[in-house]
Design a protein around this ligand. Sequence first.
Ligand code: SAM
Length: 419
Amino acid sequence: MPRHSYSLAEDLADASRLVARVAAGQSLAALRAAAPLRPAVLELVYGTLRDYGVGDALVAGLVHRMPSDPQVRALLVTALRALRAGRPQHAVVSQAVDAVARLRIASAKGLVNAVLRGYLRDRAALESRAAATDEGRYRHPQWWIDRVRTQYPDAWERLLAAGNTHPPMTLRVNVRRARVEEYLARLAAEGIEARRVGPHAVRLATPRPVEAVPGFDAGLVSVQDAGAQLAAPLLDLAPGQRVLDACAAPGGKAAHLAELAPVELTALDVDEARLQRLHAALERLGLAARVLAGDALAPEAWWDGRPFQRILLDAPCTASGVVRRYPDVKWLRRAADVDRFATQQTRLLAALWRLLGAGGKLLYATCSVFDTENGAVVNEFLARHADATRLAAPALDGAQLLPDADHDGFYYALLQKTS
Ligand SMILES: C[S@@+](CC[C@H](N)C(=O)[O-])C[C@H]1O[C@@H](n2cnc3c(N)ncnc32)[C@H](O)[C@@H]1O
């Protein structure tokens, strides 16, 4: 049977539907999990969300009043993204007008036509006006820009720019099944350009689907950012230790822990559905762990009372360090979320500390760049817990890793129980 090939109008309609849903507060990860998306739509959606600040500023410069229908607004920013990405101008305008009918927003036909033609007529001036606003220039919400500008007076522009780039694709070599040098040689033999960016981290020059990654199915490698790969080694595991990964799903760091040493690993997460991915990863990699669905804040429901020697708390957070992978996060978060996460992180840290044995180590981790979720949480914890001391982590230059070409943004604090 011949395969249906999609028109640009269908791509624009489908992409703008998703953009409208994200604008209404739904996460792209959840939308993607609910229905697979074709690559052309994915590219449009990710590009539109990466550029949403500028897209919205451009629309504002082209209309008297912002369209009240969120779907119309979403179609406009999606079509502007297609134009800004260099798609043929005529095709984008006429196909966006066709998309109007598919989206059942026929009354917006004239507006869509006028806005897109208006943009093409006055492109340079509109672009420079959009770039004069913070959101248009830095493509992040204003509150976010203000926060990082205050926190990182020397690095904030670099940090925001990194958040707008395409993320690298990095693999973690399963040390139980392969050596990094051997795997690099295999990639080279298959004509795949790559380089080492960490003890077990191999960055591909060009991202590719996992099905096309040599040895993926056989459990030789996993996809994991080089910054995320720093977590497990910081816990300096020894065989036989009782180890808890308290927020383990979907399992990137848990699998790395299990690869590094034959420990007695408990992988806990409150989200049972996300744990399915952890099960699949362990199976593919040939690893074992006790996987539990449970609440780290209520250990009486799942803990046998025997202290752990190592605990990883990879806490739920704003994900402000990984927005180049999840560009929807920039527009979904609200300023108040930062404090809400900090409260949750503080509670998790205190609850898990009680499960750690004397001399044991706990690694507190987030993929955020906001100090409220990082240093502030850890400092408050240290002030309240006389039996906690913070260890220097030699693998890190500083506790806060800012996103750069080779890794995402992460924060790590290694804590030890002194008595
Ligand atoms: C940053 S993600 C963990 C990522 C994971 N460590 C990895 O490397 O793949 C945070 C996780 O914390 C889980 N979580 C949130 N609150 C929790 C709680 N009270 N108890 C256990 N897990 C929780 C979430 O379901 C989410 O899967």
